[in-house]
Write a protein that binds this ligand. Structure first.
Ligand code: ITT
Length: 181
């Protein structure tokens, strides 16, 4: 089984929900890896892979972030830190009349070469937290074309719309075409 190196159980649950019905299985390897301070999620996973590949032949990692569009780059690569410091209530106070936001995900699959798969979802910041599902910023994000937050959706519903679901779709397509050319 390919190890998915992550400390985030919410991410792993979404990977499992997406990949299992396709007959693809990953195991969660709960450990940290060096995360470089970079502007792009891709740079973060490429650096992580350059370190992990010294000891592992095959693995998956993912870096993701929440972006409030009128505040460029924020919280972005600092999403986890901001969530843990000012929290969702602090973030809600920073949002003005333009409430547009998006999530980005960047998955890296390493098999001797680094393969990168990206996904994005656009939406708006809710005026208050809603829902108990998911993790992180899910209670305050409403994807475009919907009126529920990600935290009010099941993991499968969220995967159909989310940044992670889109990146997973690309990765699954790659793995399947590689296994059955
Ligand atoms: P790793 O061990 O995999 O790095 P992490 O939680 O540290 O897990 P990141 O460094 O990729 O993950 O930080 C991503 C943060 O962005 C995450 O902790 C959330 O706060 C936020 N985030 C990313 N995807 C999200 C999603 O689908 N829903 C809600 N918040 C999300």
């Amino acid at each position: 089984m390919i190890p998915f190196i992550t400390t985030n159980e919410g991410k792993f649950e979404e990977f499992r929900t997406f990949l299992e019905p396709l007959g693809l299985q990953l195991s969660m390897s709960d450990r940290e890896y060096p995360e470089v301070q970079a502007d792009s999620l891709e740079d973060v996973v490429l650096y992580g892979a350059s370190v992990l590949s010294r000891e592992l032949d095959e693995f998956v990692i993912e870096d993701s972030g929440f972006f409030i569009d009128p505040i460029p780059g924020f919280p972005g690569v600092y999403s986890k830190h901001i969530h843990g410091s000012i929290g969702l209530d602090g973030v809600l106070k920073l949002v003005g009349t333009d409430r547009r936001a998006h999530f980005e995900a960047c998955i890296l699959y390493y098999d001797g070469t680094s393969h990168v798969f990206k996904g994005e979802v656009t939406g708006t910041v809710a005026t208050e937290r809603r829902g108990t599902g998911g993790f992180g910023y899910d209670p305050i994000f409403i994807p475009d074309g919907h009126d529920r937050t990600f935290a009010e959706m099941t993991p499968a519903e969220k995967n159909e719309l989310s940044h992670r679901g889109r990146a997973l779709e690309s990765m699954a397509g790659f793995l399947r075409s590689r296994d059955r050319p």
